[in-house]
Design a protein. Structure first.
Length: 442
């Protein structure tokens, strides 16, 4: 087995980052293209081609779907660590995801549920393992790692920005199933990118990471050894930050549910006299990431020794997403003050901007943190565990969205804001003890 050719660079990073950047770009195009339509399709009347579900039922299905998409990352990471390897798991998972989207393009309730199930299974193989491969491009102690994850995060959001514009327009203006089919085409393009760029990825992922000590076998456990005290402490850090990440995602992932409905029902869908589909708001987070991710990537490197620790960045993430919902409280009150009132789209633009700044403080940092703190022989499984933060966050977010028609929106948005901000302040007091458990890793 050979190591990655470190002479092959891409913006100062390993050349394999480009392959993973564009593969994940198309995978996220498929996911966010479908997600932009999902709750709108379920709540649309049957006469308009939708399923005619109540908001409560649609939010429940949305919550379970987004929960399972991330929860199956645990067996997906385990399968890659033990049998398939990360590249094969990602490729097979992508093929399954494409099949799921094309199944959604078929009319009928059975095809709808089958398509969701297929996408869930495929994402479980792809999502944790492609993030793990990014981390494996860098040797332990490589200071480019956080910057690399920020660049990779731009790929995620390039796909997420284009998806609602393309799939959302097709779904809402041409036909729901055209939008779902377009998402499947995006995943196929991602597979093509992964196949032709595979030579830049580690052919032996553990050796390429430079971590040979962690592959020492332990009697009775094939290919593994007992965890050291330091490794246990670092896993404890991942577990401690798990809860706070769940609370962040429960607020942030309202984008596809309650905020999507707020855009569709209570927001003015025109700009300088030109109308646009409500699903286009789903592109805002991604567009803001594309603008600000390079700034954050530069900032973490420029701060050097003064760079905030991962737990400190989590604090900022929680507070910012909370302030974003606080901004929507007066807008929601005005929207529900009379019949047919629609508020300016700038309220949602401002909220999504704050949410994005919070996301950049927490999400790519969390992925990078896992690859730094987890023992290399378990990194795929631990990454799968970390994606449970998205899973539980999405499930909790779906439950919250189920109250969209049952609570006054200022009360609903205010509660989300309060929980996020208070959680951030609690974590602020835990930063120092958590840093001690990290054993010198930031």
């Amino acid at each position: 087995m050979t190591l990655i050719d470190e002479r092959a660079k891409w913006f100062g990073h390993p050349r394999g980052l480009a392959t993973l950047f564009f593969t994940e770009m198309w995978e996220r195009f498929s996911y966010y293209g479908m997600r932009a339509l999902l709750i709108l399709y379920m709540t649309a009347l049957a006469t308009n081609g939708g399923l005619g579900f109540t908001t409560e039922k649609a939010a429940g299905i949305y919550g379970w779907y987004t929960f399972l998409v991330y929860a199956v990352g645990i067996p997906g990471g385990f399968i890659a660590d033990r049998w398939l390897g990360h590249y094969r798991a990602v490729f097979i998972g992508g093929a399954i995801i494409a099949l799921g989207h094309f199944t959604l393009a078929i009319s009928g309730l059975s095809a709808f549920y089958a398509g969701l199930a297929i996408i869930i299974f495929g994402t479980g193989l792809l999502k944790p393992n492609i993030s793990t491969m990014v981390g494996l491009l860098y040797a332990p102690g490589d200071t480019r790692r956080d910057g690399g994850f920020s660049i990779y995060y731009m790929g995620i959001n390039l796909g997420a920005a284009a998806a609602p514009i393309v799939c959302g327009y097709l779904g809402q203006k041409v036909g729901w199933h055209w939008g779902f089919a377009a998402a499947g085409v995006g995943m196929v393009l991602g597979l093509v990118q992964l196949f032709f760029g595979r030579r830049h990825l580690p052919s032996n992922e553990r050796l390429a990471s430079g971590d040979t000590a962690n592959t020492t076998p332990h009697p009775g456990v094939p290919g593994a050894r007992q965890l050291t005290a330091t490794e246990w402490k670092r896993l404890g850090v991942i577990a401690a930050l798990f809860l706070f990440a769940v609370l962040f995602w429960a607020a942030y992932e309202q984008a596809g549910s309650s905020l999507n409905l707020f855009a569709d029902r209570y927001t003015r869908l025109s700009w300088f006299g030109r109308e646009f589909p409500s699903s286009w708001f789903q592109s805002l987070n991604a567009v803001f990431v594309l603008v600000f991710a390079p700034v954050f990537s530069w900032l973490w490197v420029a701060l050097a020794s003064r760079e905030p620790s991962s737990p400190a960045k989590f604090v900022w993430g929680l507070v910012l997403v909370g302030i974003g919902f606080l901004l929507l409280v007066p807008a929601a009150g005005f929207a529900q003050s009379g019949e047919g009132i629609r508020v300016s789209p700038m309220w949602l633009v401002g909220a999504y901007l704050l949410h994005t700044l919070g996301e950049l403080c927490l999400s790519p940092v969390g992925l990078s943190m896992v690859t730094k703190l987890a023992p290399m022989r378990l990194v795929g499984s631990i990454m799968g565990f970390w994606f449970l933060t998205n899973a539980f966050g999405n499930k909790l977010g779906g439950t919250i969205a189920g109250y969209f028609d049952r609570l006054p929106l200022p009360q609903l948005f205010g509660a989300v804001a309060g929980v996020a901000i208070v959680s951030g302040l609690i974590l602020l007091f835990l930063v120092k003890p958590i840093k001690k458990l990290m054993g010198g890793i930031k």
